[in-house]
Every structure is written in structure tokens, then in C-alpha cells.
Design a protein around this ligand. Structure first.
Ligand code: SF4
Length: 1004
């Protein structure tokens, strides 16, 4: 260590680990910086130390990182540490650095400037390229149906190839060597070659091309290499654990001996394998770079010990060579980490929303929405339920990964800015012209006649040969040339004026400024004010802004007034006082490994370095995959400062989920069970009902009859406070003694329904929880939503039938289904639509059959509730529909939307018998036919079997004395069990799987 202490250095208040890393000057170095250990502070202090204490010129230090925000923050801090004395700082992203070199070289060579394609544009271009490949040249992706997949796979292959520095020839060779018999790779290699050719013909690049082009040129041209190396004396690299092969090769070329190379990163936070990031570069750094010294930052300034202990325990399962545990700066911190099981993903969202409300509304907690983040593994699978719950509870939120640059209006503005500050590009000018009403067909026609060079010349005001153009095409060309000329006229203005002109060019001043533009502009102006201090020109400011906006793919929301909902990937580098990590269930987090061997990075990397394939056993591949998922969970946990809540949904729709292994690995394997609405936010309506119900002596007696100690634990934890508050019990004696068992007289009448009988029949304990103790939970499985919605539609349609005398036709069915179809209660938006269409088909099929009858029947009861005596008891229920035919015969119908195989046969059905019984109480002379109408047919797989409803599939019956006696005997047996307080659990895979109380029941 050769650093010399100064008042400036001691004023930085670095801890010993940080200080050692800041002042080291002995050669190549690696700083292993754990989450929250002051990595950026150390890196920026080192930058400033090199300048202030060692006299290195700031422009000779190149600091590279991965995101615009990180570069911006580092720049701000360095400027501050240098007291604002230096402006010319090379602190930027890898992409921006490569673009700068490529553009400088092209200017020196006097060749045409290049444009950079954003994600939408390159997808569009890939589609164009694929359209030129005839089916006869393809082996795998045939026809229009495969187009989307072909485009997506091409872009993935393109990214992987460029990260591994593979050009089209090498990719073709890889495809030929690895051929798996599907022809897929061959098709992709063909498309990749065409895509690259088109990019280069049009003077365009995508982001992957940049590092590849820089590496190729530095490798092949010694003079350029030496000159580039001489620009920088020191190289600082942030987030080194995310480096891919192309980026690592670039660093090797810039500083082959690594003498003044300082890399900073955390192998435990390497989470970008999907885009080529390889933690090996940081873990193998000492072997790769001779003489490299390692410094470790382990003192965490963010989270309390409980959170860090859980994170350390979790990441220890990755069993890495170099393990470094984080320790808290504040050992006395009362930070907490909890794990809670909830019933379903919908309940998870509700539990989180209610907890947030409590955090914000409780004056003792007094949190702000901006203090809270909800992290998910994938927005695609989790955001819908969470957003629904946040919205329903009036909680403001911002969505991470909601890239403002992805909006059409912002893309228009970016195009206008590029035209204003950079060389005019055809695609930007055409985008704006088409957006303002010009004919897209005319521009396609122009592209057929004029090559890229001629188009660029025309845009820059040069003469080109227009003889082959139609008059429409000439007008269109004139229009874009005028646009480009107007844009160029403003290019010497200051940032605000340039932005104003760009808004004018994109038509946004005329049409009104959209909200997304407002958000975007606030970012432009913030960055402008930062960069203005560096002396950068307005063009430089905007160019850097445009470029970084195009390249950042993880833009975290930045809003102190809303809860932030974002992916773990987008949350990296950020922190909040309170963090909820949602969806910690197997299948959601970790997500299952995709066996996409064509793009298998291990295989690709091996092939790049050895030109051979390793066929790794599945188990090794799976272990490597799990390490990355575990690192993601580690990143999620280490975002929280004071509270981390891990939430474990135990079902998604009707699919059961196992808790994520990461919960147990973090030492939180005994999660609290949270019944939604009960434990989190005071007594909800259901709890009030519960207390009211338990005021009857019978219910207290039955609650006391639960002699299972686990049941007591679960019940007591949920109910104790409310029971005590109700004055029913005191808080000192055990639960069972606190409740007063009273003998239940077997002559007391019961009120029952078929659904209660049925529940009791399948599991008496379930009946106890739901019907006796009143623990009715507001579960909302999508299958239930579907059934309820179809019944709502039936009710409305049958009333229409009653009024008009005719069964409804298809337009009416569609109208009614669309009207009643609920917004919420489905697992995802697509499912809502699929089930809506399914409902239309089901109903259409049934009513077509009713309409086809030669003498249509008439409804005589619709959704008709009954409450009738049954011996000394009372039976209640509701009849879906009763129809009378012209002979006066009545059929009572119960519509089923589920699978018929679960139904009892009609003569034995308790349900149909109870309908028969209830009907006869009012109509003693009648003997109705009682039927199940299965709207879904037994062989009905995906409703592909045709439009007819098959009447023989319904199960109908007219009771005889014999069948009635048999059904009655069954019902009486069940009633006797209820009267005898027999609530013995009857667990079974299927029963418990669908039981609403499995979260409470020790048997579940
Ligand atoms: S979890 Fe199983 S045993 Fe327990 S109440 Fe439900 S169905 Fe009965």
C-alpha cells in the first residue's frame, strides 16, 4: 500500500477495507464488494484519489459500467469529489464507449455515419429479412405461423452470437457442427447472415455489433490499438460480474497487462447469464490476470443482521470457492425478515396490499408508499394480481421495467432528436413522416428504387437520380428531405431549444404533449444539467441521452410517491426500507430451467474456446442454473433495509405450489401461515362474522371439540385477539378451556343445504371450519369465477327467454356474456378471454338445442331460492331453471359448467332429490323430472367437437318412491353425523387439494 493520507482522504470516512482498496497502486486489482458495502463510494473515491493524490489526468481514466443510471451516479459523485474542477470525464456504459470509438473511427475514415437500431426497430428489420427467405430454403420455420418465433429466435441467436464474438460464417459453422436434426439452427444461421448483411447495407448496427466491431478492429489494426490504449492510463470497471466474452475481450485489448486495471463486482450478484454475463470472469480474475490482488468489502451499511444472516445462509448453498459473508454495520438493528404462506397468488397480492395500507395508515408506523418495493421474479406471471390488488386498495404504484423509451410517442421524440443532433437517418425521417400522415407504401416504393447511399445523399440535400420514382414517391421523398433540413437548422441550439424543436418535428406540440413524453423529458433535462457541468455540447448531451435510453433495458421506477413493483433484475443496485418478495414458490421463483440447448451458453462458450462440444449431464446444468436463481433470491433479500417479507403462495388457480426452496435455505423454513384478511390488517368482515357466529353456545362447543394441538395453535393465533376483544374469553387459559363446551342436544333442528351436506360428506372437518365456525374465506379460484359468471349469464338469458317466449339466439348470448363477464378473478388476462369465448360457445350450443325443439318449453322458475321443511330441519337451496313443456310436464335443471365425471348419477343424487323435495312442498301434485345439464360435454376437449349440444349427455330422472327413499336415507345419515358432532377429518389428495381450509388444517 503506497497511499498517502491527506485531509481529503481522511475526510471521506472510509472503513479500513474500503480505504485499502482506494489507495492500492501495486498493480491489477479486484474488489469483491458485497451488496450495500459502499461499492460506488469506493470506486468513485478511487477515481478521485488517482486524480487528487496521484496526479493522474481525469481524461486518462476510463470508468465503464453497464447502465445509464449507474454511469450517471458515478459521474455525479466523481464531479463532487473533484470539487467540480474537472469536466472531461470518461465515465460511461460499455455500449456508449464502443459507439464513441466506432463513430470516431468512421469520421476519421470518412465513411458514412451509422445509425443504431432500438429493440423495436431491429425486430421490424428481422421480420423484413425473414420475409425474404422463401419456405423452400427453410428446414424448420415454415409458413406465416412460424414468423413470430423465427424473428424472436433470430434476435436471441444474434445477441448470443455477438456476445461470443461470432460472425455469420462462424455461426453457420456452429450450426453445421451442432446439427440436431431439426434444421432450426441452419434456418437461424441463414437468417442471421441475411440480417447482418441488411444492417451493414443500410449503415445500421444493433447494440451487439458495437463491442464486436471494436474488438475486431483493435485485434486487426495494431496502430489503432496502440492509439486507443494510449488514451487511457487507468481502467475502472464496475459490476464486473456481469461481463460477457465480448466485453472481457475489449478490456484485455485495452489493457493487456492489467497493470492499472481495477475491477469491482460481486459474484453473488451475477444475474445476467441470460444475456451472456459470466461470473467466471470475476471469480477467475486472479488466475487470468497475473499479479492481481483481491480486496473484499464485507461491511454492509444497508440491512440489519437478521436480513443479512438470511442472505448469507441462502448464498452459502451456492458453495462457491470464495465465500464472503456480509456483516451489518449496525449489529443492534431491529430489522426483520419474515416468511409467510398465503393461499393463492391472488391472496398474496391482497395480503401485500393490506400490509402496505397498514404500514402507511398506522400513525405508529407512518411509512410512505415510496419506502416500499414489491419484487417479483417475472412481471409477466405476477404483475396482474398485484396490480389488481394495489388498484383495488387505492395504493399508488409504479411499474419497474416500464421503459418510458418503449412508448411510441417517446420513440417518435427520440427519432426527432436523432434527426436534430445526429446525421439524418432515413428510418427516423420516414418514421416521423409516416406518423404525420405520409404514405408508408410510397416510402417502400422509394426503397425499391434508391439504395441506402442514395437515400442518405437525398436526405443530406444532395442530388440523386429520381427518374424511376412515381410522382407520389417524389412527393414523399420531398417531405422527408424537408423534415431533415428543418431538423438540421436547429443543430447549433441549446438543449431546451433542441428538445422544443424535436417536439415540434414529431408533431407533439400540435397534438398535445403526452404524459410519457413528460416523464421522458424530465430525464432529458436532469441529465442535461449534469452534463452541462462537464462542458459537453448540447448535441453531446442529447446524443448520450438518446443512446443510453435506447440501451438501458432495466429502468427502475424513480418515484417517491408510489410503491414500486419491479423485477429482481430491475431492482439490482437499489434499496428500500421495506421489501416484499412475492411468489416464492417452486415454479415461480425459482422458475423452471428451459432446456434450450441450441443457445446453451455453456456449450456455446466451450465451442468458442475449443471448437468442441461438451455434453454436460443434466444435473450439472441444473445445478448451474439453480445457482443463478439463488443469486437472484440473494439480490432480492439484500434490497431491504429494515423489513423483508418473503411471501409464499401455495396455489395458483387450482394448481398447488410448493414453497420455494430458497425460503428454507435462508433459514426461514417454518413460515407463518396467513389467512388472507385475518392476520394482517385487523378484523375484516369475515372476522366480525366469526365472532358473531361464535356467540352461540353450539359453535363454542364445537370449536372446543377440536382436540388437535396443532389445530389449536393455528386457530388460536388467528382468532385469539378477536375472541378476547369480543369479551367471550380471557387471555390466560388455554383455548379449549376458554371455550365453554355445552352438550349439543340431538333434537335441535339444523338448517342445511346440499352444498353443506356435500362438504360434510367429503370431509366433516372442512364442514366444521366453513359452516359451523364460520371461517368462510373469500377464496376466488378462477374455476369458481368461471362457473359463477356462466350462471350469471344463464340467469339473464333465461329471464330474456321468459319475457320473449323464445330461447336466446347467438347475438343475444354474446351480448349478455360480454356484459356479465368479470374483470377480476382470472389468473391472467388471456385466460379471461379464453374462458369468455368458451362460455359463449357453451351457451350457444345449449340454446341452439332448445331453439331446435318443435315446441319450445317455457321457464317457470329462474334462480328460484327455496327454504322448505325437511323433517324437523330446514333445507335451503336455489333452482337454476324449471321449464314446463306443452303437456304441463316440468323439468328442474341444474346447470353444470365443470366435468360431468364428478357428478352423481341422477337417481342417487342428493342434490336432485332435494330439488324434487322442495318443488313438491309447493306443488304436491307434480312429480318433476330433475336433471343435470352439463354445458361441458364429457368428451369435450377444448370445445373442438362441433357446435351441437348433445341432449343425451344430460342426466335426468323422475323419482320413484324407491329412489327417493334411497336418497333420503343417505341425507339422513349425514345429518345424524352432524348432530353427533362427528367432525373427524377425512383427508385425501383431491379433497385437501381443493379445500379452502388446508392453510389452517393440520391435515392439509
Ligand atoms: S385440509 Fe383436508 S382434512 Fe383438513 S379440512 Fe380440508 S379436506 Fe378436511
Amino acid at each position: 500500500m503506497t497511499g498517502v493520507e491527506s485531509s481529503w482522504l481522511s475526510g471521506l470516512q472510509l472503513n479500513p477495507e474500503q480505504r485499502a482498496a482506494v489507495v492500492y497502486t501495486g498493480g491489477p486489482m479486484r474488489i469483491l464488494a458485497g451488496a450495500g458495502t459502499g461499492k460506488t463510494q469506493t470506486l468513485t473515491a478511487r477515481f478521485a484519489y488517482l486524480v487528487r493524490e496521484l496526479g493522474v489526468a481525469p481524461h486518462q481514466i476510463l470508468a465503464l459500467t453497464f447502465s445509464r443510471k449507474a454511469a450517471e451516479e458515478m459521474r455525479n459523485r466523481v464531479v463532487k469529489q473533484l470539487d467540480g474542477n474537472y469536466r472531461d470525464l470518461s465515465i460511461m456504459t460499455f455500449h456508449a464507449f464502443c459507439l464513441r470509438l466506432v463513430r470516431e473511427w468512421r469520421r476519421e475514415d470518412g465513411v458514412t455515419e451509422i445509425g443504431i437500431l432500438g429493440e423495436d426497430e431491429r425486430r421490424w428489420l428481422a421480420g423484413l429479412v425473414i420475409d425474404t427467405i422463401p419456405d423452400t430454403s427453410r428446414l424448420h420455420y415454415f409458413g406465416a405461423a412460424a414468423r413470430g418465433k423465427y424473428v424472436g429466435d433470430l434476435l436471441t441467436l444474434s445477441d448470443r452470437a455477438k456476445e461470443h464474438l461470432l460472425d455469420p460464417e462462424k455461426v453457420a459453422e456452429y450450426a453445421a457442427r451442432k446439427e440436431d436434426g431439426t434444421g432450426r439452427l441452419q434456418d437461424l444461421a441463414l437468417a442471421f447472415a441475411a440480417y447482418q448483411a441488411r444492417l451493414f447495407d443500410d449503415h445500421q448496427r444493433d447494440y451487439g455489433d458495437l463491442a464486436m466491431e471494436v474488438v475486431a478492429r483493435l485485434r486487426s489494426e495494431p496502430l489503432v490499438r496502440e492509439r486507443t490504449r494510449s488514451l487511457f492510463q487507468h481502467l475502472l470497471v464496475d459490476e464486473f460480474q456481469d461481463t460477457n466474452l465480448a466485453q472481457f475481450s475489449l478490456l484485455e485489448l485495452l489493457m493487456p497487462d492489467g497493470r492499472h486495471l481495477c475491477v469491482v463486482g460481486d459474484p453473488n450478484q451475477s444475474i445476467y447469464a441470460f444475456r451472456g454475463g459470466r461470473p467466471e470472469y470475476i471469480t477467475n480474475f486472479p488466475e487470468k490476470i497475473e499479479g492481481a490482488v483481491t480486496f473484499s468489502l464485507t461491511e454492509n451499511y444497508r440491512s440489519g443482521p437478521a436480513i443479512l444472516n438470511a442472505a448469507n445462509q441462502l448464498i452459502a448453498f451456492n458453495d462457491e470457492r470464495e465465500r464472503f459473508d456480509l456483516r451489518s454495520y449496525d449489529p443492534a438493528s431491529r430489522a426483520t425478515i419474515t416468511a409467510s404462506e398465503v393461499a393463492t397468488v391472488d391472496h398474496e397480492a391482497e395480503v401485500i396490499a393490506r400490509r402496505i395500507l397498514k404500514l402507511v395508515r398506522d400513525p405508529l408506523l407512518a411509512r410512505r408508499y415510496g419506502d416500499i418495493a414489491i419484487l417479483v421474479r417475472s412481471l409477466k406471471t405476477s404483475q396482474e394480481a398485484i396490480i389488481r390488488a394495489l388498484t383495488a386498495n387505492g395504493i399508488p404504484y409504479r411499474l419497474g421495467g416500464d421503459r418510458v423509451a418503449g412508448y411510441e410517442v417517446v420513440q417518435d421524440l427520440l427519432a426527432a432528436l436523432r434527426l436534430t443532433v445526429g446525421p439524418s437517418t432515413w428510418k427516423d425521417a420516414v418514421r416521423l413522416a409516416v406518423g404525420q400522415g405520409a404514405s408508408a407504401a410510397a416510402f417502400r416504393g422509394i426503397e425499391g428504387h434508391l439504395g441506402p447511399l442514395e437515400r442518405d445523399l437525398a436526405l443530406s440535400g444532395e442530388r440523386v437520380d429520381l427518374r424511376d420514382l412515381s410522382s407520389d414517391q417524389r412527393t414523399a421523398l420531398q417531405r422527408v428531405c424537408t423534415l431533415a433540413r428543418n431538423a438540421r437548422e436547429s443543430s447549433s441550439a441549446e438543449v431546451p431549444e433542441l428538445v422544443y424543436r424535436a417536439m415540434e418535428l414529431s408533431g407533439q406540440l400540435r397534438d398535445g404533449v403526452p404524459a410519457e413524453t413528460g416523464r421522458f423529458l424530465s430525464g432529458v433535462l436532469r441529465q442535461a444539467s449534469t452534463l452541462a457541468e462537464t462542458g459537453a455540447s448540447a448535441n453531446d448531451v442529447l446524443e448520450q441521452f438518446i443512446f443510453s435510453h435506447d440501451t438501458d433495458d432495466n429502468e427502475a421506477p424513480d418515484d417517491p410517491h408510489g410503491v414500486q413493483l419491479l423485477t429482481v433484475h430491475a431492482a439490482k443496485g437499489l434499496e428500500w426500507p421495506i421489501v416484499f418478495v412475492a411468489g416464492l414458490a417452486e415454479g415461480l421463483f425459482p422458475v423452471p430451467m428451459r432446456l434450450d440447448r441450441d443457445f446453451d451458453l455453456d456449450q456455446l462458450s466451450e465451442w468458442v474456446s475449443t471448437e468442441s462440444f461438451v455434453d454436460q449431464p443434466e444435473a450439472i446444468r441444473a445445478a448451474s442454473y439453480m445457482k443463478e436463481e439463488r443469486r437472484l433470491a440473494y439480490v432480492a433479500i439484500t434490497r431491504g433495509k429494515e423489513e423483508v417479507h418473503l411471501i409464499i403462495p401455495r396455489a395458483s388457480g387450482v394448481k398447488r405450489l410448493a414453497p420455494s426452496i430458497f425460503v428454507a435455505e435462508a433459514g426461514l423454513g417454518d413460515p407463518t401461515r396467513v389467512i388472507p384478511g385475518l392476520a394482517e390488517n385487523g378484523p375484516p368482515a369475515t372476522m366480525t362474522d366469526l365472532v358473531r357466529n361464535l356467540r352461540t353456545s353450539r359453535q363454542r362447543a364445537l370449536a372446543a371439540s377440536i382436540d388437535d394441538p396443532n389445530a389449536e395453535r393455528h386457530l388460536s393465533s388467528l382468532m385469539l385477539a378477536q375472541w378476547a376483544a369480543s369479551g367471550l374469553v380471557d387471555g390466560a387459559t388455554p383455548l379449549r378451556d376458554r371455550l365453554i363446551p355445552e352438550p349439543y342436544g340431538d333434537s335441535e333442528p339444523l338448517r342445511f343445504s346440499f352444498s353443506r351436506l356435500s362438504t360434510y360428506e367429503s370431509c366433516p372437518r372442512q364442514y366444521l371450519y366453513g359452516s359451523v365456525l364460520g371461517l368462510e374465506l373469500d377464496e376466488d379460484f378462477s374455476s369458481g369465477t368461471f362457473g359463477t359468471a356462466v350462471h350469471d349469464a344463464l340467469k339473464a338469458l333465461n329471464h330474456g327467454w321468459l319475457e320473449s317466449g323464445t330461447p336466446p339466439d347467438d347475438p343475444e348470448i354474446e351480448r349478455v356474456v360480454d356484459l356479465v363477464w368479470p374483470e377480476a378473478g382470472f389468473d391472467f388476462a388471456k385466460q379471461r378471454e379464453q374462458l369468455r369465448l368458451r362460455a359463449r360457445k357453451m351457451l350457444s350450443r345449449y340454446y341452439t338445442w332448445e331453439r331446435s325443439k318443435s315446441s319450445p318449453r317455457k321457464p317457470v322458475a329462474i334462480e328460484s331460492a327455496f327454504r322448505e321443511p325437511y323433517g324437523m330441519h330446514t333445507v335451503t337451496g336455489r333452482i337454476d331453471l324449471a321449464l314446463k313443456d306443452e303437456t304441463g310436464g316440468v323439468e328442474i335443471i341444474d346447470f353444470k359448467t365443470g366435468n360431468l365425471s364428478n357428478l352423481d348419477k341422477a337417481p342417487e343424487s342428493m342434490q336432485l332429490y332435494l330439488y324434487d323435495h322442495a318443488w313438491k312442498q309447493k306443488n304436491p301434485e307434480a312429480s318433476p323430472r330433475v336433471s343435470f345439464y352439463a354445458l361441458r360435454q364429457p368428451d369435450d376437449k377444448g370445445f373442438k367437437t362441433g357446435p351441437e349440444w348433445i341432449p343425451k349427455q344430460n342426466i335426468g330422472h323422475q323419482h320413484t318412491e324407491e329412489t327417493a327413499a334411497s336418497a333420503r336415507q343417505k341425507i339422513d345419515g349425514l345429518l345424524a353425523g352432524m348432530l353427533e358432532n362427528d367432525f373427524t377429518p377425512r383427508p385425501g389428495e383431491k379433497t385437501c387439494g381443493f379445500c379452502r381450509f388446508r392453510w389452517l388444517c393440520p391435515e392439509g
